[in-house]
Write a protein that binds this ligand. Structure first.
Ligand SMILES: [Zn+2]
Length: 177
């Protein structure tokens, strides 16, 4: 699976909900996880492989040898901390750049697993940041849309330079997807 790279308009679309329990999602999730690991990402959203469905794959456990991705079908942030932090984020769809983004420190996410079971997960640290980043993708938001106005201008400039120098997915300072 190839990674869709900005400014491809696919990345700006709002994705449709998945049919919960759809057997076809297992194959999609498996291929997405493969693409994520192949590009040294810690998360990937379906639109990043050209599929406009609300499905994300996340694995921030970069230390572990075992590949154990979490697949979230129709994920939704149901609670989040008011406390936030600004940190540099990368994205496989915006190769070569890192953009400061403000995110909640803690989130609670509801979702369905691949068997159609309703689940929730609570996360902080990199996991919380990654969930917020991936769910933004499902609403057509990339790093450029999630950044503040000043950082956005800088990011667009940096991105032009990065593309001109041939940056590939996975090349960034901080790898959040
Ligand atoms: Zn991304």
């Amino acid at each position: 699976m190839d990674i869709v790279v900005a400014p491809n308009p696919i990345l700006r679309q709002v994705c449709e909900p998945c049919e919960v329990g759809d057997k076809g999602l297992k194959k999609l999730a498996k291929e997405m996880a493969k693409a994520m690991y192949a590009n040294n990402g810690v998360g990937l959203a379906a639109p990043q492989v050209g599929v406009l469905k609300r499905l994300i794959v996340v694995d921030c456990d970069v230390e572990s040898e075992k590949k154990n991705p979490i697949v979230l079908v129709n994920p939704e942030i149901v609670e989040q901390s008011e406390e936030s932090s600004i940190e540099g984020e990368g994205c496989l769809s915006c190769p070569g750049i890192s953009v400061p983004i403000e995110r909640s420190l803690w989130v609670k996410v509801s979702f369905y697993d691949l068997d159609g079971n309703a689940c929730t997960v609570e996360a902080d640290g990199l996991w919380a940041r990654c969930f917020q980043h991936e769910i933004d993708h499902l609403d057509g938001k990339t790093l450029f849309e999630s950044a503040g106005p000043v950082d956005r201008l800088q990011a667009l400039q940096d991105y032009e330079t990065a593309l001109a120098s041939g940056a590939k997915p996975g090349e960034t300072d901080v790898r959040v997807r």
